[in-house]
Design a protein around this ligand. Structure first.
Ligand SMILES: *Cc1c(COP(=O)(O)O)cnc(C)c1O
Length: 420
């Protein structure tokens, strides 16, 4: 008997446990079956079916809010970057240097965000994993909205593990009164001797609602706290020129309508893998001293490779296009308003908000999953989210609009919804 065969015949504890978990997920309707795409991301996509053939469906579940993922200039900039720099430095930046394209995108991001400085990562997940453990010191308190993205939650957990004595707190979603209580509690906690941080998403991905940044700023000032906003779903979407939720609230330096009396967000994290090119990549934006500390001390910056040159070049071009063509942001707003009206008109309950995320509440988890399956048969690609991602009974189909969707696309989606 060969060694491989003998190994295959013994079921190790991990194998049995893993098979159990997978079977439980399948039984509970929570098993994720990955769809195979045979072409680029766009208003429609080519999906491969079981027979191996591709068919075109309307894509309503991508974060390609401005339609830049397959924009010819974005693609060309990436190809050009690959030719000029090759794949990468095959090392981390502090050892082998930084390409000029990294300097360029970081300058572009700072200009776009209205901040002094920015620093990039291979993802926003990594940016959050760098920020909290690097910025927080023992005696600091990190207070987070309960609906914040998973990578913020993990980043804060990691900070508390790496730096013993970092205090964690959670406040009820968008609840300023609860946040005030939590801030009061940490202020009078003798273990909290350092900086207090308040952390929020700009746009919340499951509800499509937004954080009240002026009110958060005021509260932070009252308690001498710093404000960090992850605006991954807001960049390219919110504000007249798509700079983000801070522009929407007139808190973006350099943008039209900026009101300095409202104060500023201290630090941002964001992704380049949604509206801003759709490839990958994330960033921290804020003061020069903050990004400098990340360069010196951030474990992901010290021990992990830079954003690939091709992605840096593509994302740089994407942001250039956003700033050059604010009409894309307006087109997104208009088509989203149209979609909300048509979906509501067809008798569905769609959560209202100024974002491009339109959750349709359908009730039970199994209903949401059955509806998304049926919609795919009808040529509409949309995902149903149920428990435990959202509360039981509030399962939903999450539709996300893109500036490149037309009214005809939306009408076809509403027709399909009516058939359910
Ligand atoms: C999507 C998202 C991320 C993850 O971004 P990646 O660049 O794909 O890692 C992080 N934070 C928030 C709030 C997000 O919505």
């Amino acid at each position: 008997m060969t060694q491989t065969a003998s190994r295959a015949s013994t079921v190790r504890p991990f194998d049995a446990r893993t098979d159990d978990i997978l079977a439980t997920l399948e039984k509970g309707g929570q098993y994720k079956h990955l769809q195979m795409l045979t072409g680029p991301m766009g208003p429609t996509v080519m999906l491969r079916d079981a027979s191996g053939k591709s068919r075109e469906v309307i894509c309503m579940c991508s974060n390609n809010y401005l339609g830049l993922a397959n924009h010819p200039e974005v693609v060309e900039a990436g190809v050009e970057g690959l030719r000029r720099y090759g794949a990468g430095t095959a090392s981390v930046r502090f050892i082998c240097g930084t390409f000029e394209c990294h300097e360029a995108i970081e300058n572009t991001i700072a200009r776009y965000m209205g901040t002094q400085s920015s620093y990039t990562f291979v993802s926003c997940w990594t940016a959050n994993e760098a920020l909290y453990p690097t910025f927080a010191e023992p005696g600091d308190a990190l207070i987070s909205d309960e609906l914040n993205h998973a990578c913020i939650i993990d980043g804060i957990r990691l900070a508390a593990v790496i730096k013993k004595g970092v205090v964690k707190g959670v406040y009820k979603h968008n609840d300023l009164e609860d946040l005030r209580q939590k801030l009061g509690a940490v202020r009078s906690n003798p273990d909290v001797t350092g900086q207090i941080w308040v952390v929020t998403d700009g746009v919340f991905s499951m509800e499509g609602d937004i954080a009240d940044l002026p009110a958060l700023r005021k509260l932070c000032d009252e308690f001498d706290a710093l404000l960090v906003v992850d605006d991954s779903h807001g960049h390219g979407v919110m504000g007249t020129t798509g700079r983000g939720t801070h522009e929407y609230w007139n808190m973006c330096p350099g943008a039209e309508g900026h009101d300095p009396s409202l104060g500023e967000v201290d630090y941002f994290t964001g992704t380049l893998g949604k509206a801003l090119g759709g490839g990958a990549g994330g960033f921290i934006a804020g003061s020069k001293r903050g990004t400098e500390l990340i360069v010196q001390r951030g474990r992901p910056t010290l021990f992990s490779n830079a954003l690939p040159a091709t992605v840096a070049c593509s994302a740089n071009k994407a942001i250039e296009i956003v700033l050059r063509e604010p009409e894309r942001v307006k087109a997104l707003r208009d088509i989203t308003a149209y979609a909300r009206k048509q979906i509501g008109g067809a008798g569905f309950e769609v959560i209202d908000s100024p974002t491009a995320i339109c959750p349709i509440i359908v009730g039970e988890t199994s209903t949401a999953i059955a509806m998304s399956k049926k919609l795919l048969e009808l040529g509409v690609f949309v995902i149903g989210f149920g428990y435990p991602v959202v509360p039981e009974g509030a399962s939903r189909l999450r539709l996300q609009l893109s500036a490149v969707h037309t009214k005809e696309h939306v009408d076809a989606v509403v027709d399909a919804l009516k058939k359910l």
